[in-house]
Write a protein that binds this ligand. Sequence first.
Ligand code: ZN
Ligand code: ZN
Ligand code: FE
Length: 763
Amino acid sequence: MTAMKENYIARRLEANGVVQGVGFRPFVYQLANRYSIKGEIANTSSGVSLHIEGIKADIDQFCRDFSEKCPPLAHITDITIRPAPFEKCQEFLIAKSKGKQFRTTLISPDVAVCEDCLQELFDQDDRRYKYPFINCTNCGPRYTIIDDIPYDRPNTSMKHFNMCEMCQSEYNDPANRRFHAQPNACRSCGPYVTLYDSRKNRIETDDPIKQTGMLIKEGYILAIKGLGGYHLVVDAENDAAVRRLRERKHREEKPFAVMSYDLDHVKKYADVSSEEKALLFSFQRPIVLLKKKEPNPLSNEVAPKNRYFGVMLPYTPLHYILLNQDFCALVMTSGNISEEPIAIDNGEAFERLSGIADYYLVHNRDIYLRSDDSIVRMTAGSNRYIRRSRGYVPLPIFLKKTVPQVLACGAELKNTVCLTKEKNAFLSQHIGDLENLETYSFFKMTIEHMKRILDIDPVIVACDLHPDYLSTEYAKSLAGIQLIQVQHHHAHIVSCMAENRIDGPVIGLSFDGTGYGTDGNIWGGEVIIAEKNTFFRAAALSYVPMPGSATAIKEPWRMAVSYLYDAFGPAFDDLDIPMLKAMEQSKIETIIQMITKKINSPNTSSIGRLFDGVAAILGIRNNVNFEGQAAMELEMLAAEESADVYDYEWIEEDMFKVPTAPIIKGVVCDVEMGIEPAIISSKFHMTIIRLFSDLCGLIREKKGLSRVALSGGVFQNSLLLTGLKKILEDNQFKVFTHSCVPANDGGIALGQAIIAAANLTHS
Ligand code: ZN
Ligand code: ZN
Ligand code: FE
C-alpha cells in the first residue's frame, strides 16, 4: 500500500489554444475516467486549467493522450505541467465557466459534419435520420452563428430554439458526444427547412430536400441556404441550366465551383492526388482546384477556358441529403450578383436573388456572419489559399512575438481585415471588392463583430497608402486612434514574413496587378528589401503608361498597345500581329493620343499588366470579365516546358530598372514567325523567372541577403511560383512563400497589421 501511495501524484496542467466548443471537456472527462484520475477541469481566458490526481503511470499516460489524442478541432498552442498539492479529490469534475474571466479569444471555425453524425444521418433507426441540422461537439456551425462570447447557446442563433428533453439530456451528459454542443437540436425541437417558389409561395411537400433535388434535375435554379450564406445551385451536367445561371447572375466566364457527394463522383471529371484528397476531406471542406479530366461529363459552361474545376465535398448534413440523389455534381456558387456579398438573411435572399432563383430552400437558423467558401490550390508542395474564409476563419495566424492590438483595414479588392491580440493575428473571412455599398457595410459590420467576439479594442488602425480606397477612408474616419498608412507591396511581403514567422531584412518579390506607390505611380513588379517597419525598392519594371487607368485593367488590349508603343515607337503599326490587324485603327489611334498627350494614363510598373498585355498580343483576349482573367488564361495555355527565354536586361541606377521592351520585342518576333501561343507563353514565363532570379543574385552580392519572400496576386500563377521557387532554391536562396494566407490582396491586411505594430514599437 505504501508503494502505491508514493506513486500517487497530483499535477496542475494548463493548456492554451482552441479548446472551447470543440468537444474538449467531454474528451478530457472520458480520458480521466479511463485512467481513474480525479480532479477538475476549468476554462481560463486563454484555454483550460486542470487539477489531476492519480497513479503516476496513469497521469503520464493521461498527459500524453491529452495532447496526442485531443479532438480534431482542438488546437493546443502550448501545455505546461507542474507538481501540485493534493486536494483529495473524490471524482473528476467539470467546473462551470462563468463571467468575463472565461472569455477566450479563440473561437472555433465552422466545421463539416463529422463521421459519427453522418452515420446517424443515414441510419433509419436513428431519431435524427435525415435531419438536416444534425451536429455534435465535433462538428457543426460555430463562427457563423456566434453573436458574442463566451460561446454559449444564448449567444448564438440557436437561442431561439428550446432543446427538447432528449436533446437537453445529451447536452447535460459529460459522457455524451453532444455534451455542451451549443447547436444541438433534433427534428422535434430544432430548425427546419422550407421550400418556396420565386413568388414566396410555400411549396407543400413532406420532403422539401427531395423536392429540391427533383427541381434541380428538371433544370431549375435553386437558392439554397447553407452554413455561411446562400448558394445558387444547378445541375452541373445540364448545359442549359448552367448557361441560364450565368446569364441571370451576370457572370460571363468566371468559373463556378461544384460539389459532389464523394470521391468516386469527383473522379469522373477531375484528377485527385493524395494531398488534394486530404484537403477535400479536411474539416474545413474548401473548394479545391483540381485538374479537369478530358473529356468529362460536366457542362463546358462550368469552367470555360480553364484547366481546373473548383471542387468541394458536402459539408453540411443538408448537402449530404441533397447530393445523395444521384447527381454527378452540382454547381454551388455564392448567392449574389457578381461581386456583391453573399446573401444570408431570408428576406434579403428573396429580394436580392429575385430574378435569378426559381425556387428557394430556406431554413430558420439565422446566420449572424456571412462566410463564403474557401478556395485552395495545391501548388509547389503546399496549400495555396486563393480565398481563406469558411472553415479557416477565425483561427488566428500564430505570430512569433506579442503585438499590440491593431486593426488593419486591408486593400480595395478581395478585401479582408485583420485584428491582432497578443501572439494572434485574426484575419477575417473574405469580404469582397469594396466598390459597392453592400460590401462596404459588410466590411464595417465584420470589423465591429470581430472586435466584439475576439474582445479586441485596437490602439492603432492600419490601411493602404491609396488615398481613394474606401478602406483608407474608413480608417481615416476613426477618431482617437493612431493611423498608420502602409505601402501595398511592403504589406504583401510582410504578410509572407509574418506567416513564416521570420524577421527582415529579406529580398521581397511583390508581384501583382496594382498598388499605390510612394511616388504616386502604380506599382506591381517590385523587388524590395523589406523589414517589418520599413522597406526600399531594389528593382522594378520600368514604367509604361496605362491608357485609361482602371479601364486598361478591364481592356488588356490597351496595355498591349502601350507596351508595343514603348518597344517600337510609332512604327509598331507596321507589325504583323493578328490582334492589331483585327482592331479598328481609330481605337488604336485614340490610345496613342492618350499615351503621347499623357491623358488619363498613369505610369505603372505592374507585372500583372505585363501578363495581360502579352496575353492580348498573343490574341488570347482583348477584354476581361474578371480581374486577372487574361493572365490566368496565358498561364493555362502555356506548354509544359521551355528552356528557352527571350532577351532581357536591366539598367542600374539608384535601383535596377527593368525595361519591358526587349521581352516584348522577343514575343512579337515569335508571333510574326507564327510560333504557337503555347510555346510563347511558356517562354515568356521562363523569361520572367530567369530575369528575377538573376536580379536576386545581384542583390545578394550587393546586400548579403539570401532570403527571398514571394507575395502578391501574380503568385497565384502556379507556373511562375513553382519555377521561381525552384530556380532560387537551386541557387542556394532560402525561399518563403504563402501557405497560411492568400498571396493576393486577401492576405494584405496581415502585413498591414504587422507593419503598423512594428512602427508603434519603434516610435
Ligand atoms: Zn458530429
Ligand atoms: Zn430535440
Ligand atoms: Fe496586391
